[in-house]
Design a protein around this ligand. Structure first.
Ligand SMILES: Nc1ncnc2c1ncn2[C@@H]1O[C@H](COP(=O)(O)OP(=O)(O)O)[C@@H](O)[C@H]1O
Ligand SMILES: [Mg+2]
Length: 432
């Protein structure tokens, strides 16, 4: 991911925008027979996918309400926040990341175009006028507001991330990508948590190739954060130098090493907070991995990539943690739970397993199953392999986070609430 970005002047911005939209126009032309009908079919597919994975299809409802501007704002926000309008996007910059179907670009919006007061007011209204609309169900005005405010004050301008569909995809891949992006927008429009990227805006109609989302930006992925931690820790241990390049004595080095470790427990706790929030609303992420999390410029960890989310329907015949279920094999092999890998019924514990592996990665500074080929990874569950836990790992983390967290039996795994409390307890006891 690019760390620094050269600002584009307004002429370049215009050019970027026109080529950006041109790509999507070409995409629309791409569709072979009966263009309009085909795009209608694709939109319908997206709509039914959202219905399948969720209790409502609110993203489409919001889209229709806002037809006039062809723009949707999260939740009940009106366009008074005015961070973008389709066709007059302020600045779309370089690609900062990409996935199988998507491209993520820098997206700038000058501060004067963003009326934080109005936005805040909308947020408060949203809470107080909370109706039966699904979009208001998960929102807490406070966290959205404080997150936006911190972003505004620290940068003086707004730098966001714009996620679009890649433009050179085959028709079937394009459909999968559009479904994912629509699902992502659907969930993000309803979520509000300090450790989950905020949806700022969307453009185009959900399910159409020109559909895009604008979200809070992270400065690097968790994988990159951990790489930096590993480098710093090695320097501290080998030459006794802190992150500012200052020489430390043995005692200082020991203190710094502990501080650095606690910082990573805190990172894990923030991820746990995000997943706990999702689970409290019966939402399963299904693709928890370091590439789908990042750190913003204030050092806050944010979870993103909600295209694989599913709102689980309750199975009242089952008790406890696993009473919600899905069946589709989805996610990334390295972090995938045994029940998802074998396409048996799964529920919230599937994310708990993935979280345990992500936490192992954060606390060991090593990718789980490093050096395994994709064939080797397929055999992990067959052979019941698990990463080795370091001897000096705090006992609670060893037992709850790892040993129970990645238990082969989903019923024996802790809840995300327990995972969070364990990390919180370890942090509290080390600071007292
Ligand atoms: N909010 C963001 N800020 C900065 N970079 C991002 C952001 N969201 C995604 N990225 C980058 O783009 C990559 C792909 O985005 P992601 O949402 O994971 O797409 P996909 O669904 O295709 O995996 C990420 O791994 C990350 O490098
Ligand atoms: Mg991803």
């Amino acid at each position: 991911m690019a760390s620094t970005v050269e600002r584009t002047n307004s002429a370049t911005i215009e050019l970027l925008n026109s080529s950006f939209h041109q790509k999507f126009c070409d995409l629309d032309k791409d569709v072979p027979v009966a263009c309009a009908k085909d795009s209608d079919i694709i939109k319908e597919k997206c709509k039914s996918a959202v219905k399948r994975i969720s209790i409502s299809s609110s993203i489409f409802l919001i889209a229709h309400e806002d037809d006039e501007n062809d723009i949707i704002l999260p939740g009940n926000c009106t366009s008074r926040g005015n961070i973008s309008h389709h066709g007059s996007v302020k600045s779309v910059g370089d690609i900062i990341g990409s996935g199988a179907f998507s491209e993520v670009r820098e997206y700038y919006c000058p501060i004067e175009d963003f009326d934080i007061e109005n936005y805040v007011q909308d947020d408060n209204e949203k809470d107080s006028t909370s109706t039966s609309k699904p979009s208001s169900k998960l929102s807490t005005g406070h966290s959205r507001r404080s997150s936006l405010a911190s972003q505004l004050s620290s940068t003086g301008e707004n730098s966001y991330a714009m996620k679009t569909l890649k433009y050179d995809l085959s028709r079937s891949t394009k459909i999968s990508g559009l479904v994912d992006l629509t699902i992502e927008a659907h969930f993000l429009a309803r979520l509000s948590h300090p450790n989950i990227v905020n949806l700022l805006s969307t453009g185009g109609e959900p399910g159409s190739p020109s559909f895009f989302i604008v979200i809070e930006r992270v400065s690097c992925t968790l994988a990159e954060v951990i790489k930096k931690c590993r480098f710093q820790r090695r320097r501290m241990k080998s030459i006794g130098v802190n992150k500012y390049g200052e020489k430390m004595d043995k005692i200082q080095t020991k203190i710094e090493l502990r501080y650095e470790f606690n910082n990573r427990i805190n990172i894990s706790r923030q991820i746990a907070a995000a997943v706990r929030y999702l689970h409290s609303h019966s939402i399963l992420h299904r693709d928890l991995k370091p590439q789908n999390m990042g750190e913003d410029e204030n050092g806050t960890i944010k979870l993103f990539d909600f295209g694989t989310c599913k709102e689980l329907k309750e199975d009242l015949s089952k008790k406890g943690n696993n009473k919600y279920y899905g069946t589709k094999r989805i996610g990334t092999m390295r972090y995938m739970s045994p029940e998802v890998a074998t396409s048996t019924l799964y529920g919230l514990p599937a994310d708990v397993y993935s979280f345990a592996l992500v936490a192992w990665f954060v606390l060991h500074l090593e990718e789980p199953y490093a050096g395994f080929t994709s064939d080797d990874l397929l055999k992990v569950h067959e052979k019941r392999l698990r990463p080795r836990i370091k001897k000096n790992m705090p006992k609670d983390i060893r037992q709850v986070l790892f040993k129970s967290g990645w238990n082969n039996d989903p019923e024996k795994r802790p809840t995300m609430e327990e995972m969070y409390s364990t990390l919180d307890g370890v942090l509290q006891s080390s600071s007292s």
